[in-house]
Design a protein around this ligand. Sequence first.
Ligand code: NAD
Ligand code: ZN
Length: 380
Amino acid sequence: MLAMSFRGPQRVRVQQKPMPEIKHPEDAIVRVTRSCICGSDLHLYNGNVPDTRVGMTFGHEFIGEVVEIGSEVTKLKVGDMVIVPFNVACGRCHFCKQGMFGNCHEANPEATAVGGFFGYAHIGGGYDGGQAEYARVPYANVSPTVIPEGMDPDDAVLLTDVVPTGYQAAEMAGIQPGDTVVVFGAGPVGIMAARCAWLFGAGRVIVLDEYDYRLEFVKNYAKCEAYNFKKDMEDVAMFIKKQTDWMGADCCIDAVGAEAAGNAVQTITGRKLLLQGGSATAMHWAINSVKKGGIISVVGVYGPTDNLIPLGNFMNKGLTMRGNQTSVKRLLPRLIEHVQNGTLNPKGIITHRIPLEEAAEGYRLFSDKLDNIIKPVLIP
Ligand code: NAD
Ligand code: ZN
């Protein structure tokens, strides 16, 4: 079968790989019909995730048709069209039982932090992903969900990650009615977080990014305010304070993660300390832009050693920080409803449909933010 294959930082190609096989009685094999590229793939693509091995197939956002099932699969049958959540989760460990499907222990027992993920290097358990013609789906009785009758496959594929992640970002932010929410990042995840913030009663939603086309997009799609941190302000935290009567935002969402752009300015008793670019800039801004006692929700993915964060301000402001990989299965039922009744329109963020064979071009466009790209989908 054809599959995307990682060759080294910023080098991917599509090549023939052996067909996946049932390895365990709870496995299913899915013929992939759509598979997105995600900002999380960019961390791997850019070489920022340890133990990303040459030959790995990425892709944790896919849907498709069940073509084979193991002897213990009871919830799916051959021919079902399924949404495959990005978490590989057993459904029975200590964490899954609490609804923490993004932290499954059984799927990735040796990891210090994460659970199992499709196509996410060996720190994610080493499961090959769905940017391929076929994928092996372990624990097929747990997370895969039959696509509801009449649902557009473009909506369905975004329910594997982006929609639940945007929603969980807003949920973790603890938004109270009328709150001012600042979202860092106008990529697919930040866009969805901004849109979902309204569902939790936000009074004002402000999104920051450096790409004008993404800011224009999010303004229309999420009906929010959007500013360019490179053009519209000198000091991000000061800008947000001025916007909020000098209080700071009620909550901030970091939808950026490791490869954050921009220079963080930290003001300590009037003296300015410039921290140049690099990882954790958005997190830095979030800590300094949120009000005292506020909440920071972190869905942007960081590497194990990204640590450029102003811990002193975090402590002195009495902040709460919440983060996690999204627990897709926990959120799917309510998000399917939101899609079906029209409160969320996920497919509206898909800008590029790219044949799987041209995955390398998809990665290039998405990584370099070219051609006004928001969300690319690979079609095998
Ligand atoms: P993306 O790369 O398309 O978007 C990131 C955006 O952040 C870009 O538009 C970029 O210009 C902007 N940006 C860069 N530096 C910034 C800064 N300092 N301040 C504000 N904006 C800045 O990626 P995406 O697909 O939207 O994903 C965003 C993040 O969410 C990634 O880190 C990804 O790994 C993570 N993610 C997490 C989960 C989860 O389960 N927690 C799931 C999916 C994605
Ligand atoms: Zn993703």
